[in-house]
Design a protein around this ligand. Structure first.
Ligand SMILES: *Cc1c(COP(=O)(O)O)cnc(C)c1O
Length: 230
């Protein structure tokens, strides 16, 4: 018999009983080697879920939204230009956060119910001969409409433009295939309470090797410094 709530939303998802039981352990010192013994295999598991080869995993005590903020504030500066398509509430919220951080967002308005428009992204980048666009932001699964975008297709549409590719995979990662390395994603953002089926409270980021060298280290909590992850 199951005591799980019949919650049919993208998250917080039900936590499998085996995971809840695994959480039931005595306190350990988060500054001791015992923590690293738990943490390192967890990071290796995250790399598998994200389809990462090399690169860094950063796990922050935060919502998924905080993970976006970490991605933006650690890699971009006010006045930088980013390109984003708006086709639902989550892509809209990401754009809104970028604007609050003083970024100049070039917005491709797209009807809700459609995914990221590859040809219009290609067109915008081709038109950017001055190479002002620093990053392309893509919401993998737009939770508001349930529409998935073709992330590998976006990278191909970017051609030889040097912009970075940032992906919001909060509701997709762990729930559908994700191939960070194969698709050429620079930063992927996930949250613990959706596809990972864990308690809410962790933002999980995958950072490509190119980006991790430039990560400014803001918001890197002590356990990561100790385990040598940041
Ligand atoms: C849920 C969700 C978020 C926000 O996650 P929070 O942890 O609630 O901040 C961001 N993007 C997408 C696509 C989501 O589904």
């Amino acid at each position: 018999m199951s005591f799980q709530n019949p919650v049919f939303i993208p998250g917080p998802t039900n936590i499998p009983e085996s995971v809840r039981k695994a959480c039931d352990m005595p306190t350990i010192d988060h500054r001791s080697p015992a923590f690293a013994r738990v943490f390192k295999p967890a990071v290796a598991g995250v790399k598998k879920v994200l389809g990462m080869g090399t690169g860094e995993v950063i796990i922050l005590p935060s919502t998924g939204t905080g993970g976006w903020e970490a991605a933006i504030s650690n890699t971009l500066s006010p006045g930088d230009t980013v390109l984003a398509a708006r086709f639902g509430m989550f892509s809209h919220r990401w754009i809104d956060m970028c604007q609050r951080h003083g970024l100049n967002v070039e917005i491709i308005e797209t009807p809700w119910g459609e995914g990221a428009p590859l040809s219009r992204i290609a067109e915008a980048l081709r038109a950017d001969t001055g190479r002002r666009i620093k990053a392309v932001l893509a919401t993998h699964n737009e939770t508001a409409t349930g529409v998935r975008s073709d992330i590998g297709g976006i990278r191909k549409a970017m051609g030889d433009h040097p912009a970075l590719l940032f992906v919001d995979g909060v509701s997709s990662i762990g729930s559908m295939p994700f191939d960070m390395e194969g698709w050429g994603v620079d930063i992927a953002v996930a949250g613990s309470q959706k596809g990972f089926m864990l308690p809410a409270g962790l933002a999980i980021l995958g950072i490509s090797p190119k980006r991790s060298r430039q990560w400014r280290g803001q918001g890197c909590p002590a356990p990561f410094l100790i385990s040598g992850t940041c």
